[in-house]
Design a protein. Structure first.
Lengths: 180, 180
């Protein structure tokens, strides 16, 4: 889907009555387009010592490796969303084990909920949003070809608590805002 | 602010080209109103043995007691949002200590990020969205007059890890979906 630009549809920034912030308001009918932070749900999924990465078939960062993750949909839980994304992008039915991290990317108003999960087996079936899906040993991870800073964070945080059954959820590494 | 109803502005449900789910589409100009889950950020804030509750001055659940919490805004982090809400609703500058819980209320497409925080002192200054703000000893908490199920969850989860410096974030209590 291409991104729809509010300005192409007659929206302009105005402060609605009773509000204290400018919002996108339709010049024709007055509809206020409120924009809220978006939730991304995903998982570091392992099979034995190996972790699942998918190579992106879509922009942004087409061709780069990422964790199965995507925008949470209406009326699903964050855990269900993370499972849905792994199914859509790698064709796998994952079992979530714990909350790995909550990351904030304020520049793009994103909250990322990343879970730790396991795969039932090594078989992968990449979906239309993935060029390929693969299991990597830690030393095989293509660090220079990862799509986003939070993919690096999540893999390192996953590694930090490997073998621990219970741990506090991580946040952004100190000083990191997720820009790239 | 009153809630704007898409049907009053000529929106109807249609499946946009290239999509697989019905979305609200404007009958005049074709603008697609995507609806995403909303993030609520809040905190259980304590001063010594007492926890902060605010009595709601707004619907829903006007007159009932709640934790300082509200919708996360664009371009803020979840921690900054939780601090902002405590300032707006109780006039307090809180110090966040850890992530207490991530709750899902799928019926209303909400993800709630609840932090554990401390207050610098006992002085409170309720804002326009609170009828009053008060510090409660555990045995004084008005359980029958709490606004939402997730307020009960967060208080009990806070109590469960009182004195622990580090703990895994909680999720919904088993079988609980947050409806009331």
């Amino acid at each position: 889907m291409s991104i729809q630009r509010p300005s192409d549809f007659g929206f302009t920034h105005q402060v609605p009555s009773g509000d204290d912030k400018p919002r996108l308001v339709c010049g024709d009918c007055g509809w206020i387009h409120y924009v809220n932070p978006k939730v991304v749900v995903g998982a570091v999924c392992s099979f034995g010592e190996r972790v699942l990465l998918c190579r992106r078939a879509i922009e942004p960062r087409r061709g780069f490796w990422t964790l199965p993750a995507g925008f949470m949909e209406e009326r699903e839980t964050s855990e269900a969303g993370a499972c849905r994304e792994a199914m859509e992008e790698a064709g796998v039915s994952i079992a979530i084990d714990s909350l790995l991290a909550v990351y904030n990317i304020p520049r793009i108003s994103q909250v990322q909920l990343m879970y730790r999960a396991t795969l039932p087996g090594p078989d992968l079936a990449p979906g239309p949003e993935s060029l390929e899906a693969r299991l990597f040993l830690w030393d095989e991870i293509p660090w220079d070809d990862l799509a986003f800073p939070s993919v690096v964070w999540a893999l390192n945080h996953w590694r930090e608590v490997q073998g621990q059954s219970s741990f506090p959820a991580f946040a952004n590494p100190p000083g990191q805002t997720g820009n790239y």
